[in-house]
Ligand binder design. Structure first.
Ligand code: ADP
Ligand code: DP6
Ligand code: CO
Length: 361
C-alpha cells in the first residue's frame, strides 16, 4: 500500500450470527469479558442474518474526532464503549507492530478509524447481533490493517467486544473455551467440527419479536451471577458435563443427543434467569408455545426430529435435519399460525450450515 495523506484505506466484510447450544451466561472478569463457563455454538453461515461492516481510515479524517462507529445509520458514542475501545486498541497495537517491523508500510495505526455497520436483522432482540456485530468489526479492521492473526487469535480480540462474538469468527461447530489464565490469553474460540461434518443440519429461526430486549445480555448475566442460587451449580457441574456430551454428539452426528442437550441447556439457562433477583423473563407465551410444539412433534414422531433453543430474548431457533424439513416446517406453520410472511417484519428463514465466513467475500 502506498498513498498520500488524502488516501482513504477501506475494507468491508460480513459476519453471520451464531446460536449457542451450550449457553455462555456469566462473566468471571467483566473488564476482559472472561466467561464463567465454556460454551458451544453453531455458526449460521448460510442464514440471512448478518452484520455488514466497513472499516476505513485516513490521515485526512479529523484527528480531533478520534475513531467513530455508526450502527444502523445511528452514530454511536464510541468513547463510552470500553469494550469497542479495547478491541480497537488491540487491533491498532498489532498494526503498529507490523509498521515497526516494516518502515515502508503506511502508518495506518496513527489514522482515525471510521466504522460503519448495518445489521440486516433486529439489533439487541436476542438474535445474536452483538456476536455478528463484533465479529464483523474485528474482521473488517484486521483486514484493513492486513493483520496476519489467525481466526482464533482474532477471536480473543472479538471476545472483549462481546463474548459470543468470538464464536462468529469461525464457521460450523465452535467452542469458546473458558480458559483459566487471569489475562484471558487462553479464553478463545476453537473449531469443534466444520459445517461440512454434518451437512444436513438446519436451523429455523422464529422471529417472535423484533423489539429491543428490556435487559441487555451484559446486564442480565451480571445480575444472574450476583443473585441466583441456582447459578453456581450450572457453572460447576451442569455445563462441564454437557460440553463433553455435546462435543461427543457432534462428532458422532447423534441428533438425539445433540437435541436433548441443546433443549436442556436452553431451559437451564432460562431457569437461572427466572432465579435471578429480581427475575428476568426473556421468553414469552409464543416462546413457550414453540417449546410445546417441539415436544409434541418429537412425541408424535416417536423420535427426536427437532430441538429448540432461546438466547436472551423470546425468539426461537429450531435445529433439525434436512430429512425432517417438511414435518418440522409444516408443523410450525400450523402450530404457531405462521403464514408465509412469518412473524414480525422477518420471514422465518431457513438456514443451512455451510463453510466458514470468508473475510474477503
Ligand atoms: P443481542 O441479543 O442482539 O446480541 P446484546 O444485548 O447482546 O443483544 O447486544 C446488543 C448490542 O450489541 C447493541 O446495543 C450494540 O451495542 C452491539 N452491536 C449490535 N450489532 C452491532 C454491530 N453490527 N456492530 C457493532 N456493535 C453492534
Ligand atoms: C444468551 O455475548 O451478548 O446469547 O459478552 O456481555 O456482550 P456480552 O454478552 P453476549 O451474551 C450472549 C448470551 C447468550 C448465550 C450465548 O450466545 O452463548
Ligand atoms: Co449478544
Amino acid at each position: 500500500m502506498s498513498g498520500n495523506n488524502k488516501t482513504v484505506y477501506r475494507s468491508s466484510t460480513t459476519a453471520p450470527v451464531n446460536i449457542a447450544v451450550i449457553k455462555y451466561w456469566g462473566k468471571r472478569d467483566e473488564v476482559l469479558n472472561l466467561p464463567t463457563n465454556s460454551s458451544l455454538s453453531v455458526t449460521l453461515s448460510q442464514s440471512d442474518l448478518r452484520a455488514h461492516t466497513t472499516a476505513s481510515c485516513s490521515d485526512s479524517y479529523p484527528h480531533a474526532e478520534g475513531d467513530t462507529l455508526t450502527l444502523n445509520s445511528q452514530p454511536q458514542n464510541i468513547r463510552t464503549s470500553k469494550r469497542t475501545l479495547a478491541c480497537l486498541a488491540d487491533l491498532r497495537a498489532h498494526r503498529r507492530a507490523l509498521e515497526d517491523a516494516n518502515q515502508s508500510l503506511p502508518k495506518l495505526s496513527t489514522f482515525p478509524l471510521r466504522i460503519v455497520s448495518e445489521n440486516n436483522f433486529p439489533t439487541a432482540a436476542g438474535l445474536a447481533s452483538s456476536a455478528a456485530g463484533f465479529a464483523a468489526l474485528v474482521r473488517a479492521v484486521a483486514d484493513l490493517y492486513e493483520l496476519p492473526q489467525s481466526p482464533s487469535e482474532l477471536s480473543r480480540i472479538a471476545r472483549q467486544g462481546s463474548g459470543s462474538a468470538c464464536r462468529s469468527l469461525m464457521g460450523g461447530y465452535v467452542a469458546w473455551i473458558s480458559g483459566s489464565e487471569a489475562d484471558g490469553s487462553d479464553s478463545l474460540a476453537q473449531e469443534v467440527a466444520p459445517a461440512s461434518h454434518w451437512p444436513d443440519m438446519r436451523a429455523l429461526i422464529l422471529v417472535v419479536s423484533d423489539a429491543k430486549k428490556d435487559v441487555p445480555s451484559t446486564e442480565g448475566m451480571q445480575s444472574t451471577f450476583r443473585t441466583s442460587p441456582l447459578f453456581p451449580s450450572r457453572v460447576s457441574s451442569v455445563v462441564p458435563e454437557r460440553m463433553t456430551g455435546m462435543e461427543n454428539a457432534i462428532r458422532a452426528r447423534d441428533f438425539t443427543a445433540f437435541a436433548e442437550i441443546t433443549m436442556r441447556d436452553s431451559n437451564n439457562f432460562h431457569a437461572t434467569c427466572l432465579d435471578t433477583w429480581p427475575p428476568i423473563f426473556y421468553m414469552n407465551d409464543t416462546s413457550r408455545a414453540a417449546i410445546r410444539a417441539v415436544h409434541d412433534m418429537n412425541r408424535a414422531a416417536g423420535e427426536t426430529i427437532c430441538a429448540y433453543t432461546f438466547d436472551a430474548g423470546p425468539n426461537a431457533v429450531i435445529y433439525y435435519l434436512e430429512k425432517d424439513a417438511d414435518r418440522v416446517l409444516g408443523t410450525f406453520r400450523q402450530a404457531l399460525n405462521l403464514d408465509t410472511e412469518g412473524f414480525g417484519n422477518i420471514k422465518p428463514s431457513q438456514a443451512s450450515l455451510l463453510g466458514a465466513i470468508d473475510p474477503r467475500a
